[in-house]
Design a protein around this ligand. Structure first.
Ligand SMILES: *[C@@H]1O[C@H](CO)[C@@H](O)[C@H](O)[C@H]1NC(C)=O
Ligand SMILES: *[C@@H]1O[C@H](CO)[C@@H](O)[C@H](O)[C@H]1NC(C)=O
Ligand SMILES: *[C@@H]1O[C@H](CO)[C@@H](O)[C@H](O)[C@H]1NC(C)=O
Ligand SMILES: *[C@@H]1O[C@H](CO)[C@@H](O)[C@H](O)[C@H]1NC(C)=O
Length: 193
């Protein structure tokens, strides 16, 4: 008896190892709803590094605002904690609003800090020009709006920006404290295929 069990154990281990190998050879890493696929499937070429510079116009004033406050702050503290604005802001090639439109910044931002000015920003840059027309970049990050330059991550993208990752540097060019209108220069640094 003493000899049988060690032998059985050994055979059992071999059997399991073999059947696992066989299953993964035949099915890959497959679970019915999930599978691994070859990188050729994506048709990816060399990874590129791109820099874009656009001007973002947040317009609260006038009869055609591109930014609207959708949730009021929870109290009137200086950080306006809790406020939310929805935006559909033009992105232009130059700093003037009437310069060439290259896309839109669609999303929302709000005050997520009770102690200092810190916004949570969630937006898609939807490009409308040239070969990037229809492609999007998604930016999600923290924006301490009164710093001269703020950095936020680019967490993904679509179209020509599939698998994109990177960051933006945002620098306020103009800000009207009376009506809230702002122009911000966005330098976008992104890795994509
Ligand atoms: C904040 O201030 C405005 C204007 O003074 C007032 O109308 C509003 O009710 C205040 N909001 C809160 C939450 O206290
Ligand atoms: C606003 O609300 C925050 C969080 O509840 C509180 O800490 C703060 O003291 C309030 N500020 C004012 C001006 O009421
Ligand atoms: C961008 O694509 C849209 C929809 O495909 C098209 O209507 C529009 O004319 C294009 N714009 C430019 C500048 O190519
Ligand atoms: C700021 O906004 C106010 C109110 O809309 C306006 O009267 C003023 O001219 C604006 N300032 C600048 C520098 O555009």
């Amino acid at each position: 008896m003493a000899r049988v069990f060690p032998t059985l154990g050994y055979q059992t281990i071999i059997f399991f190892l073999f059947s696992c190998c066989l299953i993964s050879l035949v099915f890959g890493e497959s679970y019915g709803y999930a599978r691994t696929i070859d990188k050729k499937f994506f048709g990816l070429k060399e990874e590129k590094r791109s820099h874009f510079r656009v001007y973002w116009h947040d317009i609260y004033s006038g009869s055609n605002p591109t930014a609207v406050a959708i949730v009021q702050p929870h109290n009137n503290s200086s950080t306006m904690f809790g406020f939310l604005s929805m935006i559909d802001d033009p992105l232009t090639e130059g700093p003037e609003l009437n310069s060439k439109l290259v896309g839109k910044a669609q999303g929302f931002y709000g005050s997520a800090s009770q102690e200092e000015n810190g916004l949570i920003v969630i937006m898609n840059f939807v490009f409308m020009e040239g070969k990037y027309n229809g492609s999007t970049l998604t930016i999600l990050g923290r924006n301490k709006v009164f710093l001269p330059v703020r950095e936020m991550p680019v967490i993904g993208g679509s179209g020509l920006f599939r698998f994109a990752r990177g960051y933006v540097k945002a620098r306020t060019i103009k800000f009207n404290q009376t009506n809230g209108d702002a122009t911000v220069e966005y330098n976008i640094y992104v890795l994509h295929y």
